[in-house]
Design a protein around this ligand. Structure first.
Ligand SMILES: N[C@@H](CCC(=O)N[C@@H](CS)C(=O)NCC(=O)O)C(=O)O
Length: 198
């Protein structure tokens, strides 16, 4: 997930990126399974400690490295950040990426056919995802308060990929505050360095 790379970029942490080609199935080979027994990305290592699960890695990065704090200081803002990160993982990612972006964009790019029923069935869940994050953002600038937090960095890649689909574009057009938030995020140098295209 690009959210870990965004956290590293926001903190200015020098790091080595180890390429694992999902299309070639390298994530299911022994070397990667040793890092991540479920065969997923990302996996991370620092100071002899290895972790997987994006949100755990992001929280570690924020705690251990100097640079701007990516976790808000008040309990309410922290809870909001954690809530948004969980929403992304539990509901947003499966609807937006697994059930819309992958069948709509990735599968055809590899010569396959979109499972239209899968995409159609995901649309209400993706719509609820956008509606709910728009409600949680409210009139605020960022999900954890006045400055960027891990929640913003976790959400941005999912919405960037969702926006690459016609379904995502329609949903984002219906949530102008989230569009505006994406515009603010896309101006950040971390996002410009890490995300493939904005
Ligand atoms: N809960 C995991 C989810 C990891 C995940 O689903 N990663 C995707 C890429 S972003 C993946 O590895 N997909 C390959 C596959 O499912 O085969 C996390 O947050 O790290």
């Amino acid at each position: 997930m690009r959210s870990v790379r965004l956290a590293l970029a926001e903190k200015g942490v020098a790091h080595t990126l180890v390429g694992v080609d999902l299309v070639k199935g390298e994530h299911l080979e022994g070397q990667h399974l040793a890092r991540h027994p479920w065969g997923k990305m990302p996996a991370f290592e620092h100071d002899g400690n290895a972790f997987y699960e994006a949100s755990a890695i992001m929280r570690y990065i924020d705690e251990v490295f100097p640079g701007p704090a990516l976790t808000p200081s008040t309990p309410v803002e922290r809870a909001r950040m954690n809530q948004v990160m969980s929403i992304v993982e539990s509901y947003g990612y499966p609807a937006s990426i697994t059930d819309i972006f992958i069948p709509r964009v990735l599968v055809p790019s590899l010569g396959g056919q979109t499972d239209e029923a899968l995409v159609e069935a995901a649309k209400p869940r993706a719509a609820l995802f956008l509606k709910e994050i728009a409600r949680l953002l409210g009139a605020g600038s960022y999900f954890g308060g006045a400055s960027v937090s891990l929640a913003d960095l976790h959400l941005l890649p999912v919405l960037t990929y969702l926006r690459a689909t016609p379904e995502g574009q329609a949903l984002l057009a219906a949530t102008p505050t989230i569009e505006a938030w994406m515009g603010r995020m896309n101006e950040r140098s971390s996002v410009q360095a890490v995300m493939p295209a904005n």
